[in-house]
Ligand binder design. Structure first.
Ligand code: SF4
Length: 696
């Protein structure tokens, strides 16, 4: 930050929204804060609409500057002092734990929290609350890719190479990813590829803004990506396009995969998915017969009850072609939330401790307990994934109190109507946020927190690059940081037990010690080191040693150094279409809104650009059901319904309807979605369920 006297007038920081973490400059002006773009390796001087308008929330009239309390069920939230609010939380937690035990209090975190907050939240849950119930909304983001990456490579880093590698590839295959809308500056790297003569191939049931730029667009039926991947590998196998030396020297388990994909005849996969055989061959050829190729998956492939296996099928393809570990080549996942990567490394996940360690590993427990100054036997065991945690709330087997930090599950959870009723059944709901989100509206206590321009900390972007968030100004009076809130609660709840630091630099240093020796090793990273360069890539175990921009060059971090193939087979969606619900429903995002919309729906320019929800459907389908463009429609599933204007488009298959999930109330797409879970990752099946559509 550049300073005049003691106050910064300019701060070089990063956008508060998605995982691209575009570089930006904040400047204090006479009457507010101005955003400027900053050249950084990910965004190269570009920002999207969301980034340009991010400062509009800093002094927004909806901004909370005092805690809120609800005195009785059904009563109104009223302003309160911090002591009143924190005492109420502490008393509520004590009461619930006294009556029902430590696990009766749960914590729900977010993938937008800084590394320091994510770490502190995990420690607060395990040490202060002694509960096993902590998980976060990132479970609904990239947990399938995380599980598949761990299974195949022995590590989970979204991109195991710098983003600039995309520009060096000859072919880029994007599966279920729409960066032209979700992270537009990323397309600068795709432009590099295309200017060099490289090809972009997109797999998506919709002709999205990204698919429309592609050299080839495969438009499969939702839920058939896995079969498409196996067919591509089948073709590579039969055409002799495998990298046999790579498979022999750097991998294990290929024989079973070979046997499995042998049954994925392209003609049969065309019948199943709708992707023409010629396009399958063209894609396999484009990946296998070039020097450098990259395969990337995102939510479209991952948010399924078979999400882990779907990602695994694309990893199998990449391994068979010898891509991972070669510059300009490889497999990666496009992480979504701002700190979706760091948020999953420091202990917010139900089954993990900092450093991406398993919580049921005795050595990991011993190490982390040593850093925390507690007995390893006193640490709770694994909890349950996010949806299971929420779905059990208020029931005999679930928690009775919930503390939510940086998340809005009333809009973002699958089967959201049921989740909302679970939240209403709690003895105590506490929400820390800077606006009255839809989840905060249900809370007994709302705690107002600082925004990104008012805090120092670190984020880890989609490349595994650890970045500095730098404060431009102090938080407004009446607002506290999450670290201050956790420390204040710990002080009230532990009666002299281990305290929590509130200085983020101090928290980061502790996080580094806790992560030492884990797969996401931050021990060698300091804020000064990040400041001296364009971030630091983990793993970075030594202060004096190098960081790791590119993984897998010589070996994979598995016991034998080899990547592991896993044979995976296609299976139908958890909820097949039928006579009553004859259409496939899928969800996604629009350019001008972000996640549950709690922030971006409040920004006037973004609201003008994307004022409300809609239901995208093909004109042939619309004609069949008697719906015209703009007319109100109902999308009905077995779990609920959504009402929004129809948007007719040939971009979507006639058997599929789409709605973005950013809006609450009647337009809430997640009232409709299915809560079937992936058995490995706990990822809900956001991307496909059976619905009917009718004029409203
Ligand atoms: Fe922010 Fe993502 Fe837009 Fe960049 S692409 S400005 S990080 S929302």
């Amino acid at each position: 930050a550049t300073r005049t006297g003691s106050r910064p007038v300019e701060a070089a920081t990063h956008c508060p929204y998605c995982a691209l973490q575009c570089g930006m400059v904040l400047r204090a002006t006479g009457d507010g804060v101005e955003v400027g773009a900053r050249d950084f390796p990910t965004n190269r001087g570009g920002l999207c609409q969301k980034g340009w308008t991010a400062a509009d929330l800093l002094d927004h009239p909806d901004r909370l500057t005092t805690p809120l309390l609800r005195d009785r069920p059904g009563g109104e939230l009223r302003p309160a002092t911090w002591d009143e609010a924190l005492d109420r939380v502490a008393a509520g937690v004590r009461d619930v734990q006294h009556r029902h035990g430590p696990d009766a209090v749960a914590v729900f975190g977010g993938g937008g929290l800084t590394n320091e907050k994510a770490y502190a939240l995990g420690r607060f849950a395990r040490v202060t609350l002694r509960t096993r119930h902590i998980d976060y909304n990132g479970r609904w983001c990239m947990s399938s890719a995380a599980a598949a990456g761990n299974r195949a490579f022995g590590i989970d880093r979204g991109l195991p190479f710098p983003l600039a590698d995309l520009g060096r590839a000859d072919t880029l295959l994007l599966v279920g990813a729409n960066p032209a809308e979700t992270m537009p500056p990323l397309m600068r790297h795709v432009t590099d590829l295309r200017e060099r003569g490289g090809r972009l191939i997109v797999v998506d049931p919709r002709a999205t803004a990204t698919a429309r730029q592609a050299d080839l667009h495969l438009q499969p039926l939702p839920g058939t990506d896995l079969a498409v991947a196996n067919a591509l590998l089948h073709i590579a196998l039969t055409e002799g396009w495998l990298d046999r030396a790579y498979v022999a020297e750097r991998t294990t388990g290929f024989d079973e995969v070979r046997r499995t994909v042998a049954g994925y005849w392209p003609a049969e996969v065309e019948r199943l998915s709708g992707v023409p055989v010629a396009d399958l061959y063209a894609t396999a050829r484009a990946l296998a017969t070039v020097d450098r190729a990259v395969v990337l998956t995102a939510r479209g492939a991952e948010q399924h009850a078979k999400g882990v296996d779907t990602v695994t099928a694309f990893i199998n393809l990449a391994l068979a072609l010898g891509l991972p570990g070669r510059p300009g080549s490889g497999y990666g996942c496009l992480t979504g939330q701002g700190n979706g990567q760091g948020g999953r490394e420091h202990g917010q996940k139900a089954d993990q401790l900092p450093g991406y360690r398993r919580i049921d590993d005795p050595a990991a427990r011993e190490h982390v307990a040593g850093v925390w100054g507690v007995d390893p036997d006193a640490l709770p065991g694994p909890g349950v994934p996010a949806y299971q945690l929420l779905d059990a709330l208020g029931t005999p087997s679930g928690a009775r109190a919930l503390l939510v930090f940086g998340s809005n599950p009333v809009v973002s959870a699958p089967r959201a109507t049921q989740v909302e009723s679970r939240l209403r059944a709690l003895d105590l709901l506490v929400v820390a946020d800077f606006v009255r989100s839809e989840t905060a509206e249900l809370a007994d206590v709302v705690l107002p927190v600082a925004q990104w321009a008012e805090e120092d900390g670190t984020m880890t972007n989609l490349e595994g690059r650890v970045l500095r968030r730098r404060a431009l100004r102090e938080p407004p009076a009446g607002v506290r940081t999450e670290l201050e809130i956790l420390a204040a609660l710990a002080g009230r709840l532990t009666d002299g037990g281990p305290s929590l630091p509130t200085d983020p630099r101090e928290v980061f240093a502790e996080l580094g010690r806790a992560s030492a020796g884990g797969s996401a090793d931050y021990a060698g990273i300091t804020w000064d080191r990040i400041d001296a360069d364009t971030g630091v890539f983990w793993p970075c175990p030594d202060r004096d040693g190098p960081d790791t921009p590119r993984l897998f060059a010589d070996r994979f971090p598995t016991p034998d150094g080899r990547a592991r193939f896993h044979a995976v087979t296609h299976r139908p969606a958890a909820e097949p279409v039928c006579a009553d619900y004859p259409l496939h429903f899928t969800t996604g995002r629009v350019l001008a809104q972000y996640q549950s919309g709690a922030q971006t729906r409040r920004v006037a320019a973004l609201r003008r650009a994307a004022p409300g929800g809609f239901v995208e459907l093909h004109p042939d389908l619309a004609a069949r059901i008697g719906v015209t463009d703009g007319a109100p429609v109902r999308v009905v599933s077995r779990r609920g319904e959504l009402r929004a204007p129809a948007r007719l488009s040939t971009a979507i298959r006639p058997d599929t309807v789409f709605a973005p999930f950013h809006w609450p109330g009647a337009q809430r797409a997640n009232s409709v979605t299915n809560d079937a879970l992936d058995p490995v990752s706990g990822m809900p099946e956001f991307k496909i369920c059976a619905v009917r559509v009718e004029a409203a």
